[in-house]
Ligand binder design. Structure first.
Ligand SMILES: [Zn+2]
Length: 279
């Protein structure tokens, strides 16, 4: 299942990869007392008190031509322990009649394992780019940080490092124009180089937010941080800044992990507080 929305000349489509894990809010938001969730329980948590994240990418296509852009590549082929099933990102692309060969650019919001999983495919030990005609745009600050031996991890070594040897790697920083109307927007804190992808056309703006937030309660409580954030002071500042702009300028927000039925929305204000309004 995919959902699409137009931003001027661009169509942005969710590309589902896999059902994420059931998350326990008291573990993921360990600094937030359980009772603080009460005002949000109805819409931010499931009836069992957990919330279920999703893994996905987003496809950006322009009606004026130009490269098809895939933002983030999900958790990868798997099979994944919590379901026993494989990731479905390539199947989801095929269902949209898009082959891996047609992707001209892969843009990674940050290099955590659930956003880079399909970057590279392996035949035995030999790696190849899953999207053979794409350049891969990786945040430079993530590359610099996770390339250090003390910060390295299997996901990075498996799905990002080989891009250099395969000669498809482009490191980006700051506001980087990907193509006219599409650019990266630095929003670090979740990782050292976390970035959003901004899409602007015909007076409309959409933003693909990666892991700027994981649960809709963070739209209202913007200083709540999941334990996955690398630096919570910086991630809070980035979240407040971007969500504030998205609210003021009426942006359409494409989330990384919300359920498919509410993954695209806007930031609205009601009685002094901001909320997620899903399309
Ligand atoms: Zn994530």
């Amino acid at each position: 299942m995919s959902t699409s929305l137009s931003i001027g000349e661009f169509e942005i489509t969710t590309v589902q990869d896999h059902q994420g894990m059931d998350r326990n809010p008291s573990e993921i938001y360990s600094e937030v007392p359980g009772t603080a969730w009460d005002p949000y329980r109805d819409f931010a948590l499931d009836p069992d008190g957990f919330y279920r994240s999703q893994w996905r990418g987003h496809l950006i296509r322009s009606s004026n031509g130009g490269p098809s852009i895939l933002v983030d590549t999900g958790m990868g082929p798997g099979p994944h322990d919590h379901t026993g099933n494989p990731g479905e990102l390539i199947d989801s692309l095929n269902a949209l009649c898009v082959s891996p060969e047609e992707i001209g650019l892969v843009v990674i919001t940050h290099t955590h394992g659930d956003h880079i999983g399909w970057n590279v495919s392996y035949d035995g030990d030999s790696a190849r780019a899953t999207f053979p005609n794409a350049r891969y745009l990786i945040p430079r600050a993530d590359w610099d940080h996770y390339s250090q031996p003390e910060n390295s991890n299997d996901a990075f070594d498996h799905s990002v490092k080989p891009l250099e040897t395969l000669k498809v790697l482009d490191l980006v920083s700051g506001v980087h124009e990907i193509m006219p109307g599409v650019s990266t927007l630095p929003t670090n804190g979740h990782t050292p180089g976390h970035q959003c992808v901004l899409v602007e056309s015909n007076g409309q703006t959409g933003v693909i937010t990666g892991d700027l937030f994981h649960n809709v309660a963070q739209i209202s409580e913007q200083d709540w941080c999941p334990v996955f954030d690398w630096d919570t002071t910086i991630s809070t500042r980035s979240r407040q800044k971007l969500l504030g702009r998205a609210e003021r300028e009426n942006w359409v927000v494409f989330s990384g992990h919300l359920g498919i039925d509410k993954s695209i929305g806007k930031i609205v204000r009601n009685e002094g507080k901001t909320f997620w309004k899903a399309f």
